[in-house]
Design a protein around this ligand. Sequence first.
Ligand SMILES: [Zn+2]
Length: 556
Amino acid sequence: MAVSSGKASRNDPDGFLYVPLGGTGEIGMNFNLYACDGAWLAVDCGMGFAGPEAPEAELLLADPAFIVARREALRGLVITHAHEDHIGGVARLWPQLRCPIYATPFTAALLRRKLNEAGLGREVKLQVVAPGGGFEIAPFGLRFIRMTHSTPEAQALAITTSYGTVLHTGDWKFDPHPLIGALTDEAALAALGDAGVLAMISDSTNATVDGHSGSERDVKKSLNALVNDLPGRIAITCFASNIARVSSVVEAGVAAGRHVALVGRSLGNYVAAAQEAGYLQHLPDFIPEEDIGAIPEENLLLLVTGSQGEPRSAMARIAADTHRHAVLGEGDTAIFSSRMIPGNEKAIAAVQDALVRRGVDVITDEDELTHVSGHPARDELCKLYKLVRPRYLVPTHGEWRHLSAQALLAEEEGLTAIRLENGDMLRLAPGVPEVIDSVPTGRLAVDGTNIVPLKGGIMSARRRMLFNGVVVGSAAVDADGRVIGEARISAPGLFESPDRLQRELEAEFGQLLSELPATTRREDAAFTEAACTILRRIVGKRFGKRPIVEAHVIRL
Ligand SMILES: [Zn+2]
């Protein structure tokens, strides 16, 4: 199949197109594109954790190059909800996209914080749309449909063009008691189905899970009972974005006569954004972190960040006994009100281990009902199929086994499933849907304040440094290229400095430099090149490794 060059949008195919740039066959980085007769619309712009397959990077983004080349034709970016795998790329990639952004109040409140932090607050046109609201980004007629999920104001997006309507589900579940925010708007979904839906682009996260995902209300009851019965200090960790859960934890504490402290920065951010959007209006005052020590143990409940074992998070610091204010020990309890995101198992186990070693009782969702998923299990998927009755079902949002499980389930339910990969250009209409092209995709690594290609030179050098180290050699030379004084070598990660081995290598380096032909030594570029070759050889011989080498020949 031909790969598109970065051609101008006027050459893009006509019709109603769907192109996932990220989020299909992987976790995170959700980045979806729709086109209608050459005009483009983006839905979500997320960020993913790199995990063990890319140890040189921490955070990943989908490469937007394809749509950046069509920026003039990009009419807008719609955000379905406030999770990082849907909004985490916005502040970093918007400078390349430069289109208006549409989001509900809570999502917009969080996004505004991120954009302000990135210094983009004034530049970005951020349009707030009410949950369930209709709006237009011509030629796309758009309607949000309220869905329940594990963060407030999750919206499915109905996208209508002259060719028909697509329902992009975003992340969702059927929670009969979400505690915060509206129920999934089943009437709107059914009405959409009655009017006819061409295709549904559908969340696959829990397509391998039988039954129903469960309700936030059940978690609340369970947490209430636990907190009520437990002696000593209690620390509970959950995703900061799960505002209903945050509320449940605080209410459980209050009901048990405990003062609550929020420990960790992201909790404060999410709680503030939620309050800005009108949620969590009736929470008690929180105990400031520095006053935690003054509260009797049995009157204290800590709501802390770090459910995924993040090494700098509050729970990890408490486990290591390096937190400035919060302490847990013998007779205390830590409750993990969360699931393990795949890839984080070892980090979470390390934190839980450290807690247990300190005598802390650890309770997870394997022991008690401390968590329910925010994504639909199979019964919920089937219920949505029956409401919406799409002609075609495109699984997205999940790894391959999840996408495949949803495709098979949809087919069992009588729908026609279309399996896509990132970069596939699916023409939904006119005619029978088919993949007509494959557009360039890729991964970008967030590297400090830079964004660099994961497959590019910088990250491959980082990968090599990680496993093979880096060696820097330097020598001052005179006009004829004779070494003045001693040559130097440093190699952090290969040997401690200074040590005997280092001095031996430096002596060998200086000796070999002086044995180079005089013509090489007189010419800077050739001398530097030859110095690198010498370094590679002597380090290879001593360590059996092929590190990155760099030589500095300084002519005095
Ligand atoms: Zn989500």
